[in-house]
Design a protein around this ligand. Structure first.
Ligand SMILES: NC(=O)c1ccc[n+]([C@@H]2O[C@H](COP(=O)([O-])OP(=O)(O)OC[C@H]3O[C@@H](n4cnc5c(N)ncnc54)[C@H](O)[C@@H]3O)[C@@H](O)[C@H]2O)c1
Length: 257
């Protein structure tokens, strides 16, 4: 019960890594605020947690909307007294070389992936600062650390999140707030299934190539990342500040050949 009596807000918890983390955090005693833009999916996460005897509520909100984020933070604190842990997880994908990226798509992916982290944090931080207590986990990616084919825009968003994490940590350390980043390799979730299907002529070949580049020889599972998020959320990581945590099957630091 590593998150007993903690209130945790997870953005994009209606699917994949966010959903898996919501389950694990609830099992560890947290009250989980499940945020997503997709109502049915977010509610399904809550239903599953409650069926397992855990505590969760759904809050529909769009991480790109300042009004939504301000209202969600206020509502969470009004109902539960505090937000102990914020997991900025919501994100969308993009595949394509830079010259193929439409300017509207650039704005959309930047908005969800980067502005979303900024807005959610902006409205949650004052409550954490007031209590001089809090932990923030930002979802970056291995794509922030390595050049990957046809991933320029996505990589730029995840690099921005890593830089943001380090800068945030310096500003909020005096308030006893820790800010760390997760850098997953390729994890098999609906997000990856979807971009494989829509962006590659031969998704089977694409998946085989991804498996090859990870030393594990396979894709990761959402639970692999959830366990790392649990470590960052809990006091066990109390000496980790502004750090990247890799959960990547060796893709960044290992080489297969
Ligand atoms: N799956 C991977 O291989 C992988 C690797 C590295 C990093 N990541 C990152 O992990 C995070 C989660 O990825 P996933 O694979 O679980 O994806 P997913 O698509 O399964 O889940 C993402 C969730 O975010 C929600 N979302 C999207 N836009 C939103 C918005 N504007 N407001 C609120 N919610 C919104 C979606 O509805 C969805 O439920 C993303 O930030 C992604 O970039 C994923």
């Amino acid at each position: 019960m590593r998150l007993q009596k903690k209130t945790v807000l997870i953005t994009g918890a209606g699917s994949g890594i966010g959903r898996s983390t919501a389950h694990l955090f609830a099992q560890e005693g947290a009250l989980v605020i499940v945020n997503d833009i997709m109502e049915a999916n977010g509610q399904e996460t809550v239903n599953q947690i409650q069926a397992d005897g855990g505590q969760a509520v759904f809050m529909k909100a769009d991480v790109t909307s300042p009004g939504d984020m301000k209202a969600m933070a206020a509502k969470a604190v009004e109902r539960f007294g505090a937000i102990d842990v914020l997991f900025n997880n919501a994100g969308i994908s993009n595949v394509g070389q830079l010259h193929e990226v439409d300017p509207d798509v650039w704005d959309k992916v930047m908005n969800v992936n980067v502005k979303g982290v900024y807005l959610t944090s902006k409205y949650v931080l004052p409550y954490m600062m007031e209590r001089k207590q809090g932990t923030i986990i930002n979802m970056s990616s291995c794509a922030a650390e390595m050049g990957l084919q046809a991933r320029a825009l996505y990589s730029a968003t995840k690099g921005a999140i890593l830089a943001l994490t380090k800068a945030m940590q310096v500003d909020y350390a005096p308030y006893n707030i820790r800010v760390n980043a997760l850098l997953p390799g390729t994890i098999f979730t609906p997000f990856v299934e979807n971009y494989l299907k829509t962006s590659y002529d031969n998704p089977d070949e694409a998946i085989a190539n991804i498996k090859k580049r990870q030393l594990s020889g396979d894709l990761g599972k959402p639970e692999d990342v959830a366990k790392a998020a649990l470590f960052l959320a809990s006091d066990e990581s109390s000496f980790m500040m502004g750090s990247p945590l890799y959960i990547d099957g060796g893709v960044v630091f290992g080489k297969n050949a």
